[in-house]
Structure formats: structure tokens, C-alpha cells
Design a protein around this ligand. Sequence first.
Ligand code: GAL
Length: 331
Amino acid sequence: MRNQKKYLFILFIAFLSIFFFNTNSCVQTSVTKTKIINGYNFTDTQGNVINAHGGGFLKVGKYYYWIGENRKNGVFVSCYRSKDLLNWEFRGDLLTRQSHPELDKANIERPKVIYNEKTKQFVMWMHYEYGKDYSYARAAVATSPDIEKPFTFLKSFRPFNNMSRDCNLYKDEDGTAYFFSAARENYDMIMYKLTVDYLDVKEQIATLWPGGHREAPALAKRGNYYFIITSACTGWAPNQAKYAYAKSITGPWSELKNIGNATTYDSQSTYILPVAGKEITNYLYVGDRWDSKNYSNSRYIFLPLKFQNDTTMELNWVDKIIPDVQTGKLE
Ligand code: GAL
């Protein structure tokens, strides 16, 4: 009798643990996010940590795409999509070590994707290294007709023979695309105009703040002004971000001005994400909070950019943010 009771009790406990384990795992995978909490691990709709560091964003139809660095299991670039900028669905790996022989010992950083209407191709530019260090200092290009499918790696090269490390793309309203990249051992930020197919550099347009040692460029246009945020050059360690503005993207660009605090709230810029709603267009600063010891533990920071007038930009810390993609408001 005693044994039977014991047996029933064990059965009851086993049943309870199975019930709670399942409910719990259910909550883990199907929870709908209602806000971005800054500085914490950001998970996708499967409950897995999002690996899209040094990333960029692109709106295609009703989806925002988030494409960035993934350094796990031979993957270089991963793709996520979301309708609300809160709940991100993993859609696949766009570039891996196996994608091309030139990638076998490569290191890929800061991939950015834009769409070319004329060729109907998504075009990715990125920072390409080969082997253990950063001495290759090249740009690389890959394309795909489908943003969610693996990209074809085309080439790596030095634009007009310049070194090329931290970089970003900017597609202007008229369809002209520009590539910004840190050259001359990161002393110079060079701006290039791309060819009509976006597969090459057509013209070296300007060196912004020669000798200024700026990295991590991120651009946006608000009203009649272009803005660029850059970081200083301190590896994985955060530093003071600065911004500049210009009426024409080809310059002249203003002097650099501080934005955010001395460590940019422990982050480094990667993108300025416009949230264009029916009522207003707001802009989110997207930064990486790097973990130099455990790269995959690096976090993301989404902060609202504030504008007091046409040419000033402010960045303040918020613990959480709720973007409303319908109205464009940020709460
Ligand atoms: C940072 C750069 C990162 C990565 C890192 C390596 O300055 O922005 O993309 O290259 O250096 O130390």
C-alpha cells in the first residue's frame, strides 16, 4: 500500500513536470514581443538569440528585413524579417563559409543590402578579410534575386586601390547608391558613388574629415539634410559617436559633433533605421554592444534620434522602446 502511494506520488510529480516543462517551452517559443528592451539578449520568434551584428535594415513589401553578421557554425550573414520591428522571424543564412572558395578562411563584417530596381537584384556590400588579421582590408559584393535566399559571392577588392574596412551603403531617393568605407588604416572615411548596377565603384567622391579616424558609418536623410553617424576607432571598445550633416550627399559635410554620451551608451553605430508611418517618420539609432570575449553574446541597442531643428541630432538612453510602424511614433 505504502509502495503504491509512493508510486502514485512519483507519477503525479512526473506529470506535473512534463506539464510545466511544455507550458514553459510553449511560452518561450510563442511569446509575442511588445517592446524592445535595450541591452538584453534579443531573441527571434523561435526563442533563439538573433545573430545579425553590424547589421542593416531594408523594407521589402510589408516586411522589414534585418541582415547582419553571424559568426556561428561557418555562417557569415543571416537574415530575419518582421512586420513590427519587435518580432523577428529567422529566414535563413545568406552567406556562409561554403558559399565561395574565397570565403573558406574569410571574415565578413558589416554586411549591408540594397535593392537595385534596374537589375532586380538585392546587392550586398561588406567588409572582407581573409586569414587571421585585418590586413586584407577589402570590400566585397554579393547578389541575389531573392532577399531570403543564399547570395552569390561575386568578388572582393580594394575600391580604387584604397583599403576598405568599416563600411555602409546608402541608396538615395533618385536610386543612386553610395558606399562609405574606412580607408588608409582607418584614418580616412571615403565616399564612393556606385555604378548603375551597384556592383562596383564608379567614382571616388570625397574623403570626409581626412585623418579623422572615423569608423562604423551610418546614414539617413531627414527633410533636406543627410546625416551620418560614425564612431572613433577603438576596436571592440565603445567610444564617443559623432555626427555630421550635409544638404547634398556629396558634401560639403559639416564638422563632426558629439552625440550620445562618451561611450555612446556602450555601443557602436551600425545603422539609422527610419520608421516611416502614416503620421510621422522617426529614426532609430541601431548600435552594437560588442562582447569582445564572446562575440555571439554581443547585444543590440535601439534608441530614438531626436531633432530640435533641421541640423541637430540628439541621442538619449531609453531602457525600452516601442516602435509603432503604422503611425511612425516611438514610445
Ligand atoms: C571595430 C569595427 C568592427 C570590427 C572591430 C574589430 O572598430 O567597427 O566592425 O572590425 O573593430 O576589432
